[in-house]
Ligand binder design. Structure first.
Ligand code: IMP
Ligand code: MG
Length: 183
């Protein structure tokens, strides 16, 4: 697909190519919603979005889940060496919603090294949820460190730097309705 250099959202900055169009994303999100609906026939479901990257995906996803649910968010921050993912992750915002006894579905934008998810899953599993699973829109399949399975994946993504539909580069491009690879 050709990159839309004419897109005023890009301010002239080139994207290499559109990897997933808005239509492709919408189709896949509908499928994921149906899968999640079928996966949780009973029990309380809490959909937990990892900010900021998941905010658009989460908003679209929960509207495709045809069962009762609750929504909350977590904010994690990694600290230490900024050039490499250090693996030190702390919760900046801890969900106020009770996690105990509920099905928790952790929603992430993209799985890269998997370090963030490891740490969060370790922390969340201490809260005694009924179940705890990961749903990621994108999975680069390079996560050699990930100790937890990602049960629901939107797309097996290429190992390129992707932006749009919530994903940023230096906080830019989150609002693109499609996912593009940066030049
Ligand atoms: P991990 O801990 O290395 O798996 O990093 C996951 C986080 O890094 C994601 O939640 C994103 O915020 C960010 N990230 C990883 N790959 C990309 C990318 O291709 N584009 C934008 N952000 C990314
Ligand atoms: Mg980011």
């Amino acid at each position: 697909m050709n990159a839309t250099t004419a897109d005023p959202r890009l301010d002239g900055r080139p994207v290499k190519r559109i990897v997933y169009s808005a239509e492709q994303i919408a189709t896949r999100v509908r499928e994921l919603g149906a899968e999640i609906t079928a996966r949780y026939p009973d029990g309380e479901l809490l959909v937990l979005g990892l900010l900021k990257g998941s905010f658009i995906f989460l908003g679209d996803l929960v509207r495709q889940i045809a069962r009762p649910l609750q929504v909350d968010f977590i904010v994690a921050a990694s600290y230490g060496d900024s050039t490499t993912s250090s693996g030190h992750v702390r919760l900046v915002y801890d969900p106020e919603t009770k996690l105990e006894g509920k099905h928790i579905l952790l929603v992430e934008d993209i799985v890269d090294s998997g370090r963030t998810l490891n740490r969060l899953m370790d922390l969340l599993s201490l809260r005694q949820p009924k179940s705890l699973e990961i749903c990621a829109l994108l999975h680069k399949h390079v996560a050699e460190y990930l100790r937890y399975p990602v049960r629901l994946v939107g797309f097996d993504a290429p190992n390129e730097f992707l932006v749009g539909y919530g994903l940023d580069h230096a906080e830019n491009f989150r609002h693109l309705p499609y996912i593009a690879s940066l030049q």
